[in-house]
Write a protein that binds this ligand. Sequence first.
Ligand code: 9G3
Length: 565
Amino acid sequence: MRMSKLLMPTLREVPAEAEIVSHQLMLRAGMIRRLAAGIYSYLPLGLRTLKKVEQIVREEMDKAGALELLMPALLPAESYQASGRWEVFGDNMFKLRDRNGRDFCLGPTHEELFTETVLNEVHSYKEYPLTLYQIQTKYRDEGRPRFGLMRGREFVMKDAYSFDLTKEGLDKSYKAMYDAYCRIFTRLGLDYTIVDADSGAMGGSGSQEFMVKSPVGEDGIAYCDACGYAANYEKAECVVSEKEFPEGDFQLEKIYTPNVHTIEELTEFLGTEPHVFAKTIIYKADDKYVAVMVRGDREINEVKLKNLLGCTEDPELAPPAAVREITNAEVGFAGPIGIGIPVYADKEVTFMKNFAVGANETDYHFKNVNIGRDFEPDVVADLRVIETGDACPHCGKPIKTAQGIEVGHIFKLGTKYSDALGLKSLDENGNTVSVIMGCYGIGVTRCISAAIEQNHDENGIIWPYSIAPYHVCVVPVNHKDEQQVSEAERIYDELLLNGVEVLIDDRPERAGVKFKDCDLIGIPVRIVVGKKIGEGIVEFKERTKSEPELMSVEEAVEKVISMGK
Ligand code: 9G3
């Protein structure tokens, strides 16, 4: 491709709207352009990389025995009403009406559609197991679209769905997808970690996320280098860590703590440390209130709370009016003693002694509180957020935490959707069974952002060879030098003839501008045709290396051709 003919509007300046490197570089490299919040156009370089990512996903899914379909993105409401999800996803779902006033949506995910397809088209147990997939544009009206393609409102997802008649079958289908994902992310050049994850609204018996470690990742990961344990922080099991508490048999004591609302103020006032205080936070879960307790130095894990309570809506902090109603005190003085609503305590609270809690009276706390004598929690469970340095739940070594970009998420769904849509089958013994499903997602456009987050430097993108928009750029240093230009053209033709994806920078620009653009757009190899071409010598500069190599034209051409093999 001639760069004089390529639409590649590179930018010198970083666009203000872009907060993270991958977003900045995709705009500066002329790969994408923003149309509206979370909605992007793909210019030639961006589209070439997108298609390469899609092709790698497609090849590995096909190799794993999955069958590719393509579902509509414009879906009638009925598709989601049978599963009850037409209401559940609220504002996140793009809804519209056709000319006859019928309800439609732009598809955010397709469990129902794939289940319906199998329901309508598969009629014998001999046709199972079946894994179907698509690579398709999804629509989700995210409240906070940001970070470019990382969290868009229109994005490309590979979504796959497996259908089995036995649990063992699901395990096999799930493993086949798990292995295919490992091959995909390896081929994409992503350094990824697989973590146990919460299944959230999807239900089912468990899920795993494929995470690319990055400080801009929205998910927290807890992992152990010693034994390989890794989990999304939402799910990571917490081990009780013992702390020092005042020893002795003290009487419960109510103390006047005027204007003491925060932990810091209370520990200051009592002259103790945060862990000698137990927080009591009141949550509204669906339509009931619960008091949740964790040690003062810990945070409540609301995903664990939601799963424990089994509520459909996310638990929310009770509004101040409700807190006053329940505790007869201002916010900040809630405690378990005599609170009158169920008390859910994190396991660590049961190891506390002579500790402080709110007294359910404005400006008062209790000290020297002891479980058993002064109150009994209704439920004790793992309800806290894991922290760096906590003991690994598997081997006890210190846990590490990191941020991660979720590029894949695989679920053992079970029969939630097949039951909702009546997908059953006779098995080989003639018994009627519910079809057991798995679902498997890859954020295809998000993988592009993740690849750049993991592969860039101060000069721009450093593409993994497999998804680079082009593999080599031939650059004549002086566009006025007849020999340099004709030799560069000859190399360009030779590479084209050998099927290499090659650019020639034939623009009438200074060499420095050409080198900067070539680095910015992340082309893996640059062949520089300069003064030494008189001796048949060119510079072979790999984007991952700081210094160019000098070599003959023939060697350079051979080297590039061999890289593509
Ligand atoms: C919606 C909207 C947003 C959503 C969903 C549905 C997330 C939704 C979860 C999944 C689960 C799996 C198939 C591929 C793998 C992931 N956000 N999820 O279901 F209607 Cl508006 O998408 N889907």
